[in-house]
Design a protein around this ligand. Structure first.
Ligand SMILES: [Fe+2]
Length: 433
């Protein structure tokens, strides 16, 4: 342990430059930041290479464990029945697996008939409001790359979506997932694990017969701001001061207030888990979600750019306005562990820690529908409380929420969910109570 034990008298650590909004010259900022990060890490008494080797060894163990399990034909994704979550009887072993893999399928989160009814109600909602006749094409450049047909419906305020978001069953699972994090430390409650902020997102309906190239491996917690803002430099302090053994991907400290750099795929909210609820049955080989189920891989992603083979003005390809890519060139070790979900049925839900690398597999001539409602776990915290004001304004007018392209299809639609339809979970989630 000696190498990781903090120096009793560490002196003054080299300071890091920080940018609370995107620097005008990204390359210059990166070139300024990297030597400062290196100096700060090396003040721990170890070189960047030595510190990175510790991370690499740990991640390699996890990758090999996953490869071996996959080789034995085992399911990589943990699966827990909703009934056990509701009853509070999830076995310790299942909790340990969730913690280790950072992802989860909740079986029977909603009754299958309920999920299928929501799917049908969504179709009725968009058709009765002539969505397909008026569809203007993809509003952003990321999901838009999937194809020109609307697979991603930029719809936020249907009764089906809101009923799911404010349901007791959703709140129960979100609270369970939030409890996997440390929400309180240093005398601060970073978020309230029992209250969600109802982050509004879209739906996807991918029809049978679809050919799709999928989505490449990426992650969504931020881009350059992960290295560059003061809040994130605190959140990742153990990585940036060389004590990587102390880094805990489940510690919410300093993650729930800071800004994120703007971009087409930004998320203003802090999410403990990204997630979706299945509105159709989907087999594991029909172009479904994959993750690199290793929460600690974030340490690798954050420190890899400091090695000498990466150009001085480059952070392994991360830039603003695009997703954080996970690339064969820099992250080949991590990509060996890419693991897909098992078969899911309508009403199951799928969750992954907000830092996990994920992708959507390509599919040819998809069998069956691929329909989901994106509903994450976004617990109440300063950052989400701030965004809730934007959410309320969009909700009241039927606008697209400010994190998403300004398409505003639902503004004059009938049948939209209204304030009168909110229950207590909904009102609390929107900051109305
Ligand atoms: Fe994503």
């Amino acid at each position: 342990m000696s190498a990781s034990t903090r120096n009793e008298a560490p002196g003054v650590l080299p300071r890091l430059p920080h940018w609370e909004s995107p620097p005008t010259d990204l390359k210059a900022a990166i070139a300024e930041l990297k030597p400062a990060l290196r100096a700060r890490i090396e003040a721990s008494g170890r070189t960047v290479e030595e510190v990175f080797a510790v991370v690499e060894r740990r991640i390699t163990e996890r990758v090999e464990e996953i490869e071996a399990a996959a080789g034995r034909g085992e399911e990589i994704w943990p699966v827990i029945d909703y009934a056990e979550i509701e009853a509070g009887t999830v076995p310790a072993e299942a909790l340990a697996r969730l913690h280790r893999r950072g992802c989860l399928v909740v079986r029977g989160h909603f009754p299958r008939e309920q999920a299928l009814a929501w799917d049908a109600a969504t179709v009725e909602y968009v058709e009765s409001n002539r969505f397909f006749e008026n569809y203007r094409g993809p509003g952003d450049d990321f999901f838009g790359s999937v194809g020109s047909k609307p697979e991603i419906y930029p719809i936020y305020w249907s009764p089906a979506q809101m009923q799911a978001r404010q349901s007791d069953r959703m709140a129960t699972v979100q609270a369970f997932l939030n409890a996997q994090w440390r929400s309180e430390s240093e005398g601060v409650q970073w978020f309230d694990p029992g209250r969600d902020s109802l982050y509004p997102d879209r739906i996807r309906r991918r029809p049978p017969g679809t050919n799709s190239g999928g989505l490449g491996t990426h992650l969504d917690p931020g881009t350059l701001d992960l290295w560059m803002t003061e809040g994130n430099q605190r959140a990742f302090r153990h990585l940036f001061d060389g004590y990587v053994e102390e880094y805990d991907p489940w510690d919410a400290a300093h993650r729930t207030s800071g800004p994120q750099y703007p971009g087409s795929t930004m998320c203003s909210a802090f999410r403990t888990f990204q997630g979706w609820t299945a509105l159709s049955d989907m087999d594991h080989d029909q172009g479904v979600l994959h993750t690199v189920p290793i929460p600690e891989a974030m340490a690798y992603l954050m420190l890899r750019p400091l090695l000498s083979d990466v150009p001085a003005d480059d952070l392994c390809g991360v830039t603003t306005g695009q997703v954080f890519p996970a690339l064969e060139r820099w992250h080949a070790l991590l990509l060996r562990a890419v693991s897909g979900i098992p078969d899911v049925r309508a009403g199951d839900s799928v969750w992954w820690h907000c830092d996990l690398i994920h992708s959507v597999a390509p599919v040819t001539d998809q069998q069956g529908w691929g329909n989901v409602m994106y509903i994450p776990a976004a617990p109440w915290c300063p950052r989400n409380e701030q965004y809730a004001a934007e959410v309320r304004a969009a909700f009241d007018t039927g606008a697209s929420p400010s994190d998403f392209p300004a398409e505003h299809y639902e503004r004059d639609w009938s049948g939209r969910f209204t304030r009168d339809d909110l229950n207590r979970v909904g009102r609390r989630g929107m900051g109305l109570e």
